[in-house]
Design a protein around this ligand. Structure first.
Ligand SMILES: O=C(O)CCC(=O)C(=O)O
Length: 285
């Protein structure tokens, strides 16, 4: 039986703006995901580099519509979708907004500036940040050495703060971040493979560059409640209830890679990124 969130988990999430669930995915499940992801030509071909303010690159592959591949068996699983449903401020069905395979390579993986996901998604014109949630699943150990995620505990209660561009990234207003760090706890989210981090779309987070010899890979799936309309977003999965699969589907799935809906992020389609003038050619399948 896989883990289901308890009432105490739900209370902790609402208090802190995040929740860590150790061993949310088993070692065999993570081994399968990681070995497929690292050998996946489609993931590699659709990876995009986001440059941080020091010129280092963070690599990610982002897609919107789930398919039948192994990643989709993860993001469509009962435990993920039910977990998102319990934590969102809505009784509506859960939709999948997008999933990102984060590939922070040894020595070169770049930093992410302090931001709230809703700092990006506000530009997509979603109205309700409490109905948007991200779930990060670690595929490798994530620690201070390889640039694990950091959060400001309780910062989701600040509401959205202003965001501006920092390199190719959207960063939160530095003055507000400074104030927040004076009164709220700064937490390094160290994870083992299979651990999950649920976090609110207004939780301030960042990560430092990976200067270690070890990769830091993770999958981040983001969910939206049906009815929370993204008025400025051409993708469609955010308004399509997830077709949920049993938790066992991940291990039962074939070992092929990404056969998603093929709607990978194109930089020119993203209103936040478009304004940065991203010029790299983005490949699509
Ligand atoms: O994985 C990371 O290092 C940062 C990811 C992140 O901040 C995000 O996807 O919003």
């Amino acid at each position: 039986m896989t883990y289901r969130l308890s009432d105490a988990d739900v209370a902790a999430y609402h208090r802190d703006g995040y929740l860590i669930v150790p061993g949310f995915f088993s070692q065999p499940e993570v081994d399968k995901l990681y070995s497929i992801a690292t050998a996946d030509d489609v993931v590699a071909a659709n990876a995009t580099n986001v440059t941080d303010s020091s010129g280092k690159h963070s690599k990610l592959t982002l897609w919107f519509s789930p398919g039948e591949d192994v990643y989709s068996m993860m993001l469509r699983s009962e435990r993920m979708v039910e977990g998102a449903a319990r934590l969102m401020d809505s009784d509506a069905p859960v939709c999948h907004y997008h999933t990102k395979l984060m590939q922070k390579e040894p020595r070169v993986g770049g930093a992410w500036e302090w931001h709230q996901d809703y700092g990006y998604w506000y530009k997509n014109q979603f109205l309700f940040p409490d109905q948007l949630i991200s779930i990060m699943v670690a595929l490798t150990p994530a620690n201070r050495e390889n640039g694990c995620l950091q959060v400001v505990k309780g910062s989701h209660k600040m509401g959205r703060v202003n965001h501006g561009f920092s390199g190719e990234q959207v960063g939160a207003d530095g003055v507000m971040v400074e104030h927040a760090l004076k009164v709220l706890e700064h937490v390094y989210v160290e994870l083992e493979p299979g651990d999950a981090l649920f976090f609110h779309s207004n939780t301030l987070h960042r990560s430092e560059a990976n200067l270690s010899e070890k990769p830091r890979w993770s999958i981040i799936s983001c969910y939206n409640a049906l009815g929370n309309i993204a008025y400025n977003d051409k993708s469609t999965s955010w308004r399509e209830p997830v077709n949920v699969v049993p938790d066992e589907a991940l291990m039962a799935a074939g070992v092929g890679g990404a056969a998603t809906g093929g709607d990978f992020l194109r930089k020119e389609d993203d209103p936040a990124l478009k304004a940065t003038g991203w010029e790299q050619e983005v490949k699509t399948i």
